[in-house]
Design a protein around this ligand. Structure first.
Ligand SMILES: Nc1ncnc2c1ncn2[C@@H]1O[C@H](COP(=O)(O)OP(=O)(O)OP(=O)(O)O)[C@@H](O)[C@H]1O
Ligand SMILES: [Mg+2]
Length: 250
């Protein structure tokens, strides 16, 4: 089966520092692909390259079997690639609807089409079985961490997305909220999206992923099916870049 999103041979440097070396990675529709690696391994940089935030130095991005150019977030958005960034990017002083449509507001003539935005926001949240949010006109500052993450994910899903990339969505969450967000992650994949989940938490990764890709010092150590590896093997890949037959050959 052709991956929905694939990158090959990605190199990326910031000035003299090369952060990504010849990285290959793929994500399939209907699956959760976990992207793991230690702090500074290059996970966020990789997804920012895919999302058009950073230009790549070399390599290719292939979408649904076809090489594509992603020169900015708009290109990524047009392909159906949405990223929920580590630093969330929701505006505290705006309500849920305003956040979900920020920069892409619907208008009727000169005025904002509030009714249709509300309806679509409501539909999206309920389509994701999100029931903990009391009112979509609630300011985001009044939401819990888990609810914020949910809104950020719903915002990403609103735009006919095909690939949703979540950078550490559960990092700041408690047990119950983490479970809620992971359930949502699984539901997105079950709806047919290709979901990429960046996480440091092995329990989360094993609970929800179909495949695991481990970055080690900017190199892809291995991408494997979750069912084929143990926690210990993945931890080894993260900390040393190899585990038995898997990983980078020294
Ligand atoms: N804009 C930038 N300019 C220069 N160096 C950068 C920039 N962004 C990231 N780096 C460097 O690239 C490396 C990879 O960073 P990145 O944020 O991709 O890691 P990460 O795997 O997401 O880590 P974490 O798990 O801590 O979020 C780090 O050494 C970081 O200092
Ligand atoms: Mg990061």
């Amino acid at each position: 089966m052709t991956p929905l999103l694939e990158v090959r041979g990605i190199d990326k440097s910031f000035g003299p520092v090369q952060v990504l070396h010849d990285v290959a990675f793929s994500a399939h529709a209907g699956e959760v692909t976990a992207l793991v690696g230690d702090n500074g391994a290059g996970k966020s940089t990789l997804v920012k390259c895919v999302g058009g935030i950073y230009p790549i130095d070399s390599g290719e991005i292939v979408f649904d079997g076809r090489p594509v150019q992603v020169h900015g977030p708009r290109d990524a958005g047009e392909l159906g690639i949405e990223i929920v960034y580590q630093d969330l990017a929701l505006c505290d002083n705006l309500d849920i609807v305003q956040n979900m449509f920020l920069g892409r507001e619907r208008r009727r003539g000169l005025v904002l089409d509030e009714a249709s935005m509300e309806e679509l926001a409501e539909q999206t949240l309920s389509g994701l079985s999100v029931r903990t949010v009391k009112s979509i006109r609630q300011q985001v500052s009044s939401l819990s961490g888990g609810q914020r993450q949910t809104v950020a994910i719903a915002k990403a899903v609103l735009w006919n997305s095909k690939v949703v990339i979540l950078d550490e969505p559960t990092a700041a969450l408690g047990v119950a909220q983490t479970a809620q967000v992971l359930e949502l992650v699984r539901r997105l994949a079950d709806k047919g999206l290709a979901v990429v989940l960046i996480s440091h938490n092995m329990n989360d990764v094993f609970a929800v992923s179909d495949q695991i890709a481990a970055l080690y010092l900017g190199r892809m150590a291995a991408q494997v099916r979750t069912a084929d590896v143990t926690h210990a093997q993945v931890v080894e890949l993260i900390t040393s870049g190899r585990s038995g037959d898997l990983g980078i050959v020294p």
